[in-house]
Design a protein around this ligand. Structure first.
Ligand SMILES: Nc1ncnc2c1ncn2[C@@H]1O[C@H](COP(=O)(O)OP(=O)(O)OP(=O)(O)O)[C@@H](O)[C@H]1O
Length: 641
């Protein structure tokens, strides 16, 4: 029996009177404790009001409740809570198990306790609290337009809004021959749609802030390289350009794709374009054990143009840190796929900034900036979009996945919320649906997927670097992705299970914690080792020393051999979450869904998982009905952006 089914054991002995509970701190503490025991809250969430209370006593139990819920929502990636949600769906602010009939037994759910409350009750409680920032001074909570924030997040959001609107407002002068230059880089073809790559370039040339968004293979990198070539041409090659990405893995990928895109342009255009890509943490100068960075508004970055790839992975606080460290005159270009999952940390900055981008939403002024560079009329894309829509171009045509590609078609159908998407599996060879008896199918898939690199590992050759490079290359041919962290169908359970299967097949010997063949993923940046969160290394028996070492490929292509004892924060990576896979691609990628419904299963999760696959995508799903539900469910993160 699961913890949730034991309702009678854990439920409050008697339904406490709402008024009593909301006024009585002891009862409130007990309530938060019960919610924590049921895993509806994290211990940290229940702890926050207690900690604040020690710093400044707060007698109102409702304020305690709101603070714990706010902390919980922050942990789930929201920048704030909308007070309206407390009226519409208060249970949604806790991690309640979905569709659980036993929940009805709990009389202490928020929906029960907060019955009859109106907006004014929440506002009044907060406004009477010393925990709420006011004109009199800063405090940990901020109430703005009926949104409740942790002050840090509020400040980050304000900074992002302010900085971006200032940057979008300023128009940059164009070189005289810009139309001719654009025409040479983007030759006209027989098109039925505007050349969005060319228009993205034209827009970004005129703004200090621009977003180029698009799905996989739509030409974001190709476009930005042409943009940089034009910018350098206009500045006689004197611009200081920097490239960055949120994770080490994404940085390696951008280095590769930038180098590829440069090789397709004439050499005289590409001389002053860098290929070195740094992580955002490294660019900003992360300080050990601190949230702050070496570069900030008083010590800005030294650059003229900054390109940030995989911007969907950038969280709100990182975006704020980046914008505050950016010199006022610099140009910032964000690249990313707005439809992917949001950052692991709070915020969904790219998704928020790109809201409405599908429709264009361009004002007459913006159309006037773009029209001179378009062979086709743009009137269809006129609208009353946001300020940000005026600085955003969406690339719509995938050059990697054509109409014969099941991966491309499936990703597009899932992204559009098409409930018929699962029917595509029977129409294409490069996508496979394994429904039904999942454990057996899973075993067969992972054995086939991981066998090759493990066999290669067992044949060390005298050329140590070449052999290790080949093993790493072979590993990237296949990756198992999953939706959850814990449980049998999460990272933890699956890694254990796969370790056992591979051991039984004689491919690894997993009796020790560290063993040859163990793939591991960094869970945090480690600057002294030069390894970043999300980097995957493989444990190998070093033929030179006969000791175990974990081998990582660095962004310059070289290999780094690290003693396992130096890697404290790593996890086995036979299975990784879709979240952690962002910024990476694999030749064959297999996504396994749990048998039970979960709010984690969303359209964005499926889309992100599918688009990690370069040549083949397999979906393992015990319960195909879940697939439909996941396609219908959208991730909505509360924010004020
Ligand atoms: N206008 C175009 N015409 C033909 N091929 C193109 C065009 N634009 C891009 N490509 C090709 O499409 C492929 C993907 O391009 P690119 O890497 O620029 O896309 P991307 O959006 O950055 O991809 P990713 O999603 O991997 O970041 C490359 O092989 C590139 O040469």
């Amino acid at each position: 029996m699961s913890q949730y089914e034991q309702g009678d054991l854990f439920a409050a002995p008697a339904k406490p009177a709402q008024a009593m509970l909301l006024q009585d701190l002891t009862q409130m503490q007990a309530l938060l404790q019960r919610w924590t025991e049921r895993r509806w809250l994290r211990a940290l969430d229940a702890q926050l009001p207690q900690t604040l209370h020690q710093l400044a006593a707060e007698p109102n139990a409702l304020v305690w409740l709101l603070t714990a819920l706010l902390c919980h929502q922050y942990g789930r990636g929201h920048s704030c809570i909308l007070l309206q949600d407390l009226l519409d769906d208060p249970d949604g602010l806790l991690s309640l198990p979905p569709q659980n009939q036993f929940l009805q037994r709990f009389s202490d759910r928020p929906s029960q306790l907060l019955t009859g409350m109106v907006m004014a009750d929440y506002r009044q409680a907060l406004q009477g609290s010393s925990w709420l920032s006011s004109d009199a001074g800063p405090a940990p909570l901020v109430l703005s337009d009926n949104r409740l924030y942790l002050r840090r997040l509020y400040q980050a959001e304000q900074l992002v809004k302010q900085q971006i609107s200032q940057r979008v407002a300023a128009l940059l002068p164009l070189a005289d021959d810009v139309a001719g230059q654009l025409n040479r880089l983007f030759p006209a073809t027989a098109q039925t749609e505007p050349d969005w790559q060319k228009l993205a370039c034209a827009m970004a040339l005129q703004r200090r802030f621009a977003i180029i968004t698009g799905g996989p293979g739509t030409g974001k990198t190709t476009t930005v390289v042409k943009l940089l070539a034009l910018l350098q041409q206009g500045a006689a090659g004197k611009l200081q350009i920097k490239l960055a990405a949120p994770t080490g893995k994404a940085a390696v990928r951008l280095t590769e794709s930038i180098s590829g895109a440069l090789s397709r342009l004439p050499a005289e255009l590409t001389a002053a374009i860098p290929t070195e890509v740094s992580t955002l943490h490294r660019l900003l100068g992360a300080l050990p054990n601190r949230r702050s960075f070496k570069h900030h508004s008083d010590n800005p970055l030294q650059l003229d143009v900054l390109v940030v790839d995989e911007a969907s992975m950038v969280d709100l606080e990182m975006m704020a840190a980046l914008l505050s460290a950016l010199p006022a005159k610099a140009q910032l270009i964000l690249l990313g796929d707005k439809d992917q999952l949001s950052s692991v940390e709070a915020g969904s900055v790219l998704g928020d900034l790109c809201r409405g981008a599908d429709l264009g939403g361009y004002s007459a002024d913006t159309l006037a900036l773009l029209t001179p560079y378009s062979e086709l009329p743009l009137a269809k894309w006129q609208g009353s979009g946001t300020v940000l829509n005026q600085a955003t171009v969406m690339l719509r045509h995938s050059h990697r996945f054509d109409s014969k590609s099941g991966i491309g078609q499936l990703a597009a159908a899932v992204n559009a919320g098409d409930s018929n998407a699962p029917a595509l599996f029977s129409r294409f060879d490069d996508i496979t649906l394994l429904a039904g008896n999942t454990p057996l199918a899973l075993k067969a898939t992972v054995l086939a997927g991981y066998r090759q690199y493990l066999q290669l590992m067992q044949q060390p050759n005298t050329e140590r670097e070449q052999w290790a490079g080949a093993v790493l290359g072979s590993y990237s041919q296949f990756q198992l992705l999953c939706a959850l962290r814990s449980g049998d169908w999460g990272v933890e359970g699956l890694n254990l299970q796969i370790g056992q299967w591979l051991s039984s097949a004689g491919l690894i010997d997993a009796r020790q914690h560290w063993y040859a063949g163990r793939p591991v993923m960094m869970q945090r940046n480690n600057y002294s080792l030069g390894l970043m969160n999300g980097d995957i290394g493989i444990t190998l028996q070093d033929p030179d020393t006969n000791q175990l070492r974990v081998v990582f490929q660095l962004s310059d292509g070289t290999l780094k051999w690290v003693l396992p004892s130096r890697l404290a924060e790593v996890e086995t990576a036979f299975a990784i979450t879709v979240h952690k896979s962002q910024g990476s691609e694999f030749t064959h990628c297999c996504l396994v869904l749990p048998p039970d419904n979960s709010p984690i299963l969303s359209r964005e999760l499926l889309y992100t998982g599918i688009t990690r696959a370069k040549q083949h995508f397999t979906l393992l799903c015990a319960n195909p009905a879940l697939l439909q539900q996941a396609i219908a469910r959208r991730v909505a993160r509360s924010s004020g952006l």
